[in-house]
Design a protein around this ligand. Structure first.
Ligand code: ADP
Ligand code: MG
Length: 166
């Protein structure tokens, strides 16, 4: 078991990576209907991603506007709108929101990598994989070394300023 985990244990020099930006409309792929809504970042945030941050699924912390910090899983993938030449960043916050938050500032701390992008044979397999990712994110984020970022000053500073970096 431990062996399997080691295979995906990737270290990236850019992690942890902090960024924020206004939530924009995504591709309308119906993620919400699957119970897994993903908040999309605008191109300006995606274009600033360090080049060593490869596509795949990550975990970390997220905060909408000035509200509470919650666990998240995020996918960095290829953007179909740009014929897969540009990346996209989609964050699923592990929290039930009463309303959508398009246009609000989303701040995230990306801490670790879970797995590469995969294509799935069925919608069921995809949903199952995402639930596994959520489970893995919960486990990882409970560790003290990850928990401490929940209280990072990044989540307390003025949300008006858009910034990228770490
Ligand atoms: P889109 O294609 O526009 O991204 P989605 O079906 O992926 O549509 O839904 C994403 C939107 O759902 C987000 O932009 C946000 O406003 C809202 N939302 C509600 N709850 C969550 C959540 N827990 N995580 C992410 N987004 C959420
Ligand atoms: Mg989305």
């Amino acid at each position: 078991m431990q062996h399997t985990i080691a295979v995906f244990k990737v270290t990236m020099k850019s992690l942890p990576y902090f960024c924020r930006g206004a939530v924009v409309r995504g591709f309308g792929r119906g993620s919400k209907e699957l119970g897994i809504p993903t908040a999309n970042f605008p191109e300006s945030v995606v274009d600033n991603l360090p080049s060593d941050m490869k596509t795949g699924i990550y975990y970390g912390w997220a905060c909408v506007g000035n509200s509470d910090v919650h666990r998240m899983v995020m996918s960095i993938g290829w953007n179909p709108f740009y014929k897969n030449t540009k990346k996209s960043m989609e964050t699923h916050i592990i929290h039930k929101y009463k309303e959508d938050f398009y246009g609000e500032t989303l701040s995230i701390a990306i801490l670790g990598y879970i797995r590469p992008e995969t294509s799935f044979n069925s919608l069921d397999a995809l949903i199952k994989a995402i639930h596994n990712d959520i489970e893995e994110a919960r486990k990882q984020l409970d560790l003290p070394e990850h928990q401490k970022f929940k209280d990072d000053d990044f989540f307390k500073t003025s949300k008006k300023e858009i910034m990228n970096g770490h």
